[in-house]
Design a protein around this ligand. Structure first.
Ligand SMILES: Nc1ncnc2c1ncn2[C@@H]1O[C@H](COP(=O)(O)OP(=O)(O)OP(=O)(O)O)[C@@H](O)[C@H]1O
Length: 132
């Protein structure tokens, strides 16, 4: 175990730049490993393009930003839960592990549902106005 950690950082970051580098590595890791996160990101970019195209108001931009960051935060939390559960139980089936992972995935589902409702409330009236 000790030889596995030899020469590798296991203590706190010493500088802000070091913290930033590790935080950015975390963001890249989630994007690389989590298909759902890439899907959320594409949906967020499309929503921003629609917002720009339909000239939504500042308040609508704020709701859109809240919806996007709620989903992304939930997905980050879900990834942390999955990683910790896998670290603890490895690949053994465990009912508590299942419970933790399912609840974390449920949080993402709730956040995504909130985002869909916000998106519909913002974009449907704008699109109807455009069609009329
Ligand atoms: N060790 C385990 N013990 C019991 N059930 C597990 C275990 N690992 C995974 N599961 C079950 O399999 C599901 C998928 O787990 P996995 O770790 O593959 O998540 P995922 O497919 O990456 O999920 P998401 O789609 O939310 O990113 C979990 O929600 C859980 O129901």
């Amino acid at each position: 175990m000790a030889s596995d950690s030899a020469g590798k950082q296991t203590e706190k970051n010493h500088t802000f730049a070091q913290s930033l580098r590790h935080a950015w590595a975390g963001v890249c890791q989630v994007l690389k490993q989590e298909r759902n996160m890439r899907f959320h990101l594409v949906a967020a970019v499309l929503a921003v393009i629609c917002g720009w195209w339909l000239h939504i108001s500042t308040v609508e931009w704020l709701w859109l930003a809240l919806a996007i960051f709620t989903v992304i935060s939930a997905e980050f939390t879900n990834t942390v839960v999955e990683a910790l559960v896998d670290l603890i139980v490895r690949h053994h089936f465990d009912l508590n592990a299942k419970h933790a992972k399912d609840v974390a995935a449920g949080a993402v589902l709730c956040a995504a549902s909130f985002a869909v409702v916000v998106g519909l409330l913002i974009f449907v009236p704008h699109l109807l106005k455009l069609l009329n």
